[in-house]
Design a protein around this ligand. Structure first.
Ligand SMILES: Cc1cc2nc3c(=O)[nH]c(=O)nc-3n(C[C@H](O)[C@H](O)[C@H](O)COP(=O)(O)OP(=O)(O)OC[C@H]3O[C@@H](n4cnc5c(N)ncnc54)[C@H](O)[C@@H]3O)c2cc1C
Length: 475
């Protein structure tokens, strides 16, 4: 059993801080706290999952292997002597905010914004209509993924419509048409690789409500579509003729680069037997068609005004679809006992506001602070701002230290929780690497909570065989 003692700072009584969510924002907040020398600190980095890294593990596309390697940098903070990873503990479920606050001097909420946004059109609830959050969770091996629902839809997915033109929409489109050879080296669980290899995908239509100049995907993600081994990307040249787009491109290099790539794609032609990814702009979904399950999307052509607003023209057509994936943004959900306003926690420079007043000892960073925007690195600056506020408060009367000195982990264990600490996470890590090695991969994600916790148990009791949950976690 790993030592559960709280890491100590350099002084007799470190400032105790709990960070709720071990995604990038939480890890960067822990890093900023651990790296400073003004105040001795002891940080508990709590996550509801037995694994750290948030969307770096369960969001960034598995075929973006370099990007996912960011975990190695983030891991330095987990290894820091002032930081203790406390996984498998859900704040709001395993312990309330009030209970947590009794153990620490300050709490930094970094629990992300993992909820999906709806399209708000009829037919959205039909079988075969999924949120990108569902599909991404599934292909990344998130323990809470609704595997049966996603696999049922993927197995029938000849015609796919992805609604949205951000990077996540392109991730989903790309993963669905990647060849088995391209996906094989990734960390995807074997059952995901098998389901994607068997998926009958022939056409993926990506719908943008507005014009190509308003698309939010990055040029890098757009370019990547042009290098797929087994799929051709197409764009209708008619979507690229709006003189307003050229005017926007003249003043915005990002738009100019995107348009240049889209013009290249407009010269492509479909090849018989090769799947296509068609990027369509000025196309607003009006409703999803079908009775028992989705069969298509009724789309209305739009025009975009000078302020970038789309207006329907009344011109309708139908795109056939066996699978519709909406990728129109993420949304924060409430944590019991914490205010939420429009999907984010109200704050002033990272200090949580309750009824407009600063709530001493409570802070917020990352997506749940500023909304679901920006890349991983954006959370670093964001977390630093929050930690600067926290440390400034620690230097004044505003942050009262004291409270219940009982150790948080011991208290959790006493009430029957099974916190996963750093050594336990290392056991999971080793089990994933070992599982991957059986197929010549760097790692294979363990996708079930039972399998993750079994890896912890197996390491704690040498000689006990690794129970991997159900058989499909095995190679
Ligand atoms: C599909 C997708 C792909 C992306 N791809 C890229 C990319 O390629 N490159 C890039 O730079 N950025 C990418 N991003 C953006 C990047 O992932 C985010 O900027 C970043 O993860 C946000 O960090 P966060 O810590 O605020 O939230 P998260 O990463 O969501 O972390 C929140 C953590 O809180 C935990 N948690 C939630 N509720 C509780 C609770 N009640 N108690 C305890 N813990 C809790 C969660 O388990 C999670 O670990 C992508 C985002 C998505 C959605």
């Amino acid at each position: 059993m790993p030592d559960v003692a709280q890491p100590s700072g350099t002084g007799p009584r470190p400032l105790r801080v709990a960070v709720v969510g071990a995604g990038p924002a939480g890890i960067y907040a822990a890093e900023a706290l651990a790296a400073q020398d003004d105040v001795p600190v002891a940080v508990d980095l709590i996550d509801r999952l037995p694994t750290p890294f948030g969307l770096v593990r369960h969001g960034i596309a598995p075929d973006h292997r370099k990007m996912r390697a960011l975990r190695e940098t983030l891991h330095h903070t987990l290894d820091h002597e002032r930081v203790r990873f406390v996984g498998n503990v859900e704040v709001g479920l395993d312990l309330s905010i009030a209970e947590l606050r009794r153990h620490v001097d300050a709490v930094v909420y970094t629990y992300g914004a993992a909820g999906d946004r709806a399209l708000g059109v009829p037919g959205e609830e039909l079988p075969g209509s999924l949120a990108a959050t569902d599909v991404v969770a599934w292909y990344c091996g998130h323990p809470d993924a609704d595997r049966a629902r996603v696999e049922e839809a993927v197995a029938r997915a000849r015609d796919v419509v992805v609604v949205g033109v951000g990077n996540v929409a392109l991730d989903v489109a790309r993963v669905l048409v990647r060849s088995p050879a391209e996906l094989d080296p990734t960390e995807m669980p074997q059952h995901v690789l098998d389901a994607l290899a068997a998926a009958p995908v022939e056409r993926v239509t990506v719908l943008g409500r507005r014009g190509p100049a308003q698309a939010t995907f990055t040029t890098q993600e757009l370019r990547e579509l042009g290098h797929l081994a087994d799929a051709t990307v197409l764009v209708d040249p008619a979507d690229l003729t709006d003189p307003g787009d050229d005017a926007l491109a003249a003043g915005d290099r990002h738009v100019a680069r995107n348009l240049a790539v889209l013009h290249e794609y407009a010269a492509h032609t479909a090849e018989p037997g090769r799947p296509v990814v068609r990027l369509r702009f000025h196309a607003r979904p009006v409703r999803l068609l079908g009775t028992d399950r989705v069969t298509g999307v009724e789309v209305e052509r739009t025009t975009v005004d000078a302020d970038g607003r789309a207006t329907g023209t009344g011109e309708l057509d139908v795109v056939p679809a066996d699978l519709v994936v909406r990728s129109v943004g993420y949304r924060g959900h409430p944590l019991p006992g914490l205010p939420l306003d429009g999907g984010t926690v109200p704050h002033r420079a990272g200090r949580v506001l309750r009824e407009g007043e600063i709530s001493p000892g409570e802070y917020v960073a990352g997506w749940i602070k500023r909304g679901p925007t920006g890349v991983v690195g954006t959370n670093k600056h964001d977390a630093r701002e929050t930690v600067a506020s926290l440390l400034a408060d620690a230097a004044t009367e505003r942050l009262h230290t004291g409270g219940d000195p009982d150790d948080l982990v011991r208290a959790l264990q006493a009430r029957g929780a099974q916190p996963v600490l750093l050594a336990d996470w290392r056991a999971i890590d080793a089990a994933e690497v070992a599982l991957g090695a059986t197929r010549g991969r760097d790692r294979t994600t363990l996708h079930e909570r039972a399998a993750l916790l079994a890896a912890v148990r197996a390491a704690a009791v040498p000689g006990v065989a690794l129970d991997r949950g159900t058989a499909d976690s095995t190679p």
